[in-house]
Structures are given as structure tokens and as C-alpha cells.
Design a protein around this ligand. Structure first.
Ligand SMILES: C[S@@+](CC[C@H](N)C(=O)[O-])C[C@H]1O[C@@H](n2cnc3c(N)ncnc32)[C@H](O)[C@@H]1O
Length: 127
């Protein structure tokens, strides 16, 4: 998040009082299976995902479908090297954004995070 702010994220969608589902610390469950924690997570204003997995956009989209409120937004930190070390990060960023669009979400920004986080970007969007 700090890298995204330094790279020009002028408006952070998380506001005082926002309900946020953060995926990036496997304290209670595996983010790949939102149905397993559906009973303990309410509807949220923002989903923020920062996990090293090969299918990062698919995972956040499954969580958005289940938990994001109607006017909510999302932040997805894409780690290109966790998806494919042999391919151009920029191409991977576009493909992950496309996964979200195909799932019905609007992508507002794709911010590359270098030099703070190499081969990472932040995808910001809404329902
Ligand atoms: C880059 S770290 C997040 C670091 C965190 N943003 C911080 O500043 O401490 C990625 C995290 O995703 C978690 N993770 C990886 N796969 C996961 C999964 N399937 N479900 C939940 N968490 C996962 C890892 O355990 C790791 O803690």
C-alpha cells in the first residue's frame, strides 16, 4: 500500500470506519476458499488482497463476489513472479486485470510498484 501511495495512488479507497476484508495473512483461513469463512465475514466496503498465489485475480474475484457491498471497491497487489517468472510482468498485470473485468468488475487503475516492489502492481477498481 505504501508503494502504491508513493507511485501516485492519490485516493486510498479505505476510509475511517470502512469495513475491510484483508487477504494476506492466513490467520483464520485459506483465501482460495471464501465459502469456508462466509459465516464469519460480513459484507465489506473494500477487499484488499496481497497474497502470493498463481491465480491472484481469480482469488480476489471469488472473495468480491461473496463479500463486497454494492458500492464497494478493491485493491489487488499482483506479484507477477508468483504467477510466472518467465513472462513479462506488464503482460501478467494486464491479464490479471482482464480476469477481473471478465468477472464483471471495473478496473480504474493499474499502478506498477517498482522500484519499491519489483514486478508488482496494484490494481484498483470497483463493482
Ligand atoms: C506478501 S505477504 C503479505 C504481507 C503483508 N502485506 C505484510 O505487510 O505483512 C503474502 C501473504 O499471503 C499469505 N498467503 C499466501 N497464500 C494465501 C492463501 N491462499 N490464503 C491466505 N493467505 C495466503 C502468506 O502467508 C503471506 O503472509
Amino acid at each position: 500500500m505504501a508503494a502504491a501511495i508513493l507511485k501516485g495512488l492519490s485516493e486510498v479507497p479505505i476510509k475511517p470506519g470502512s469495513k475491510v476484508l484483508y487477504l494476506g495473512a492466513p490467520v483464520f483461513e485459506d483465501a482460495r476458499f471464501p465459502v469456508r469463512y462466509r459465516s464469519i465475514v460480513p459484507e465489506v466496503d473494500t477487499v484488499y488482497s496481497d497474497i502470493a498465489q498463481p491465480d491472484q485475480a481469480r482469488i480476489i474475484a471469488d472473495n468480491l463476489d461473496m463479500f463486497l457491498c454494492g458500492s464497494g471497491d478493491f485493491l489487488l497487489c499482483v506479484k507477477a513472479r508468483s504467477i510466472d517468472v518467465t513472462r513479462e510482468p506488464q503482460q501478467i498485470f494486464m491479464e490479471e486485470a482482464r480476469v477481473l473485468e471478465v468477472r464483471g468488475y471495473k478496473v480504474a487503475k493499474i499502478l506498477p510498484l517498482d522500484p519499491y516492489e519489483m514486478d508488482h502492481c496494484m490494481i484498483i477498481g470497483t463493482r
